[in-house]
Each structure stands twice: as structure tokens, then as C-alpha cells.
Design a protein around this ligand. Structure first.
Ligand SMILES: [Zn+2]
Length: 271
């Protein structure tokens, strides 16, 4: 029951900081750890432009995947974030400001853009059943659209173990830097574009520790709806609610973290 750790690398684009990306990949490769790469199908976010685009972007990613060194996820569509105050965002649970590419839009609009993104990845031989929402932000329509497009799992939500919502397995993501936790399916989110030497050193030291490292694909295929999983998730949510201020959460009727107090989140039919 020891914690299993998954790494995800966000904002993978042709214009990312390739030096930092390869630096991280070398660490994972050396430790035989397979991270999940969040690929933006058609990036329009200037904040993610760190250098001139590499022409062999798609080929490089295909090679990494085919060699079994990474799993890949579709990271939204164009990574264009709009301020959406007062909407049902998973990101709110993390205290993230309410910027989203999808949450709040109609089902048909989300379906169309998610499908466009899927087609782009598919045209490059990188179609994937895994999704990673920009800014950790999505709503029920996003999940319904993902299910309609044939997606199986998303990397996000605040729980201890994967939960299922609207036919999509949500593998939780709890950390933004390596940290040892006693148990659970723990995903650590890294943004290679913004990682300095100290952050990279933290990852290096963490990977040297005798911990159980997993992969996103393994967590999806091992997802379960056992009683132990439910008890673990409920306990984690109670602790999380306490840490963030139970009063504030109870006062707020909007669903926050995946699996937290939302009646629709109790569905486990896809596990
Ligand atoms: Zn992103």
C-alpha cells in the first residue's frame, strides 16, 4: 500500500525550452521512470514560446513514446486560457485562478475543440486516450465530451486514488514538487519551461530514493473501486478539506476537487 509516484510534464510544444526538457528526460531515463507528457496539439499561448520551433517535434515525441520512455496525453487544444470567474473549475480546489480553456463553455463547443485536438495528434501518429486540461481546469461538460471522443482517463483531481466521473478515470494530481507521502497514487506535476536548477536537483534526489515509481498508464489500468480505495479517498478529502478550511468549502456550493462532495462524483462505473 506504499505510495506510487507518477510524474507529468506539462506544456510540451515545439517551442518549449528544449534544454530543460532534455535535462529532465535524462533523469527519468536514468531512473527508468516513464513520465506523462502533456502535448498541446495546436499551441497559441505565447507564454509557452521559449525558443524557435523544432521541426522534428512530432517525430521526436513519437520516438520517445515508441521506445516506451513516455506516455502521452492531449493537453487541451490550443492552450488559450480565458478568465472564467465563478465557474465550476477543478482548479479552484488548488487555489488556482480561474483561467480555463474549456470550463464554462457549452458541451458542443468543448466537444468540437477536443476532437480537433485529437485529430491533430492522430495525424502525427500520437492519438492518445489520456487528457490533461490546461490550468487543471474542466467541468462536467469537458468530461462528457472526453467520454464521447473516446478518451479513457484524465490526469487531475484531488483524491488519493483514481476516481471515475462521467465515464472518465481521474488519476489524481496532488503535488507540484517531489515530496514523500505515506500512500496513494501520487502525481507530481512539473513545468519544465520554468524549472530552475534547484527544482531539477529536487527531482534528481527524489528519483534516487527507494520509492515506488509508477506510470500514468499503469495507474489507469490498475484503477479500482475497492472499499480500501473509497475509504482512502474519503479520508484524504477530509484531511484536505480541513487543511483548506472546512468552513469555506462547506459555504461554497460549487464542486471543487474531483471526488469531493459532488453527488455525480460518486459514480465508479468505469473502474
Ligand atoms: Zn499547460
Amino acid at each position: 500500500m506504499r505510495a506510487r509516484y507518477v510524474f507529468r510534464l506539462d506544456d510540451i510544444t515545439p517551442t518549449m525550452d528544449w534544454g530543460r526538457f532534455w535535462g529532465l528526460m535524462a533523469l527519468f531515463r536514468r531512473s527508468k521512470v516513464r513520465p506523462l507528457l502533456g502535448i498541446v496539439p495546436d499551441n497559441l499561448d505565447q507564454a509557452l514560446v521559449r525558443q524557435r520551433p523544432r521541426r522534428d517535434f512530432w517525430q521526436t515525441l513519437r520516438q520517445l513514446r515508441d521506445e516506451g520512455l513516455v506516455d502521452v496525453a492531449q493537453h487541451g487544444y490550443q492552450h488559450t486560457l480565458s478568465f472564467r470567474p465563478g465557474l465550476q473549475l477543478i482548479g479552484r480546489a488548488f487555489g488556482i485562478k480561474e483561467f480555463s480553456e474549456f470550463a464554462g463553455d457549452s458541451y458542443s463547443s468543448q466537444l468540437c475543440r477536443i476532437d480537433e485536438g485529437y485529430k491533430i495528434l492522430d495525424s502525427h501518429g500520437l492519438a492518445t486516450p489520456y487528457f490533461m486540461a490546461p490550468n487543471h481546469s474542466f467541468d462536467v461538460n469537458t468530461l462528457r465530451a472526453l467520454a464521447a471522443c473516446g478518451f479513457r482517463a484524465i490526469t487531475d483531481g484531488v483524491s488519493l486514488f483514481p476516481v471515475c466521473m462521467h465515464g472518465i478515470i481521474c488519476v489524481p494530481q496532488q503535488l507540484w514538487r517531489p515530496r514523500v507521502l505515506p500512500f496513494g497514487s501520487i502525481t507530481i506535476c512539473l513545468h519544465t519551461n520554468d524549472m530552475g536548477p534547484r527544482a531539477v536537483a529536487q527531482v534528481r534526489e527524489f528519483l534516487r530514493r527507494p520509492l515506488r515509481f509508477s506510470s500514468f498508464a499503469a495507474e489507469v489500468s490498475g484503477a479500482s473501486s475497492s472499499l480500501a480505495t473509497k475509504v482512502g479517498n474519503a479520508s484524504f478529502m477530509l484531511a484536505y478539506a480541513g487543511a483548506r478550511g472546512l468552513r469555506g468549502l462547506l459555504r461554497d456550493p460549487r464542486p471543487g476537487p474531483a471526488g469531493a462532495g459532488h453527488p455525480e462524483n460518486s459514480q465508479l462505473s468505469c473502474l
